[in-house]
Design a protein around this ligand. Structure first.
Ligand code: SAH
Length: 202
């Protein structure tokens, strides 16, 4: 699949209506999401028919992007029912709703899921320190190949997984537009750097 085609399809999806600051709701841009998904395929973790798990799915760009690529199912977890509703509308607009398993739950309540890989852009803990810790714990216990985007300034992610004997690879860094969606953003647009990591269980 062509990068440009996937990026265009993902970019057409609806974003958050009223993003919730306490949940750090930022949407991964279509071009970055598309690069991310094609990289998981190049590295052999995503194939036609794979089952993906999107932790903190928001409006669905990652899991739905994987379905556009050819995954057979996407379990989509988010604590916010409004995000899940938009994700389901997005799935319908693609004709992919039958491949989606929505789960409106806190990450810490997710338990074991039948999946081949995890895609995750969690809250980075910019609003509430440690907001990503339940995601990290969940990823460790799922023990699946995982692709996670995090603030480039975060140092704890790599350290945490290395300590647990995971293989950790930095795949790319990219400017990440935080938009001008929250009142505390005084500048019109806010951008930061994000790093995509591949985490492989021991
Ligand atoms: N994955 C999407 C959204 C990223 S924003 C994308 O890349 O575009 C982070 C998402 O995590 C938000 O949708 C937020 O509602 C969700 N979230 C935050 N804390 C959560 C928790 N404890 N359990 C489940 N979802 C959570």
């Amino acid at each position: 699949m062509k990068l440009k085609h996937l990026a265009i399809e993902i970019s057409k999806l609806n974003g958050f209506n009223n993003p919730k600051i306490e949940l750090e709701q930022y949407t991964t841009p279509g071009d970055l999401a598309a690069r991310w998904i094609l990289m998981t395929a190049q590295l052999g973790d995503l194939e036609q028919g794979s089952k993906v798990l999107d932790l903190g799915c928001g409006t669905g760009v990652l899991g739905l992007g994987a379905l556009i690529f050819g995954a057979s199912s996407a379990t989509m977890v988010d604590v916010d029912i409004d995000a899940i509703d938009i994700m389901l509308e997005n799935a319908k607009s693609l004709g992919l709703e039958e491949k989606v398993v929505p789960m409106c739950k806190k990450i810490r309540d997710v338990g074991n899921i039948d999946a081949d890989l995890v895609l995750c852009n969690p809250p980075w803990g910019k609003q509430k320190q440690g907001a990503d810790s339940n995601f990290i714990e969940s990823i460790k216990s799922l023990c699946l190949p995982t692709y996670i985007l995090h603030s480039s300034s975060a140092k704890h992610l790599e350290a945490e997984f290395l300590r647990s004997s995971w293989h950790v690879q930095k795949l790319l860094s990219s400017p990440f537009d935080l938009g001008a969606i929250y009142p505390h953003h005084k500048k019109r647009r806010m951008s930061t750097d994000a790093t995509l990591w591949r985490l492989t269980p021991p």
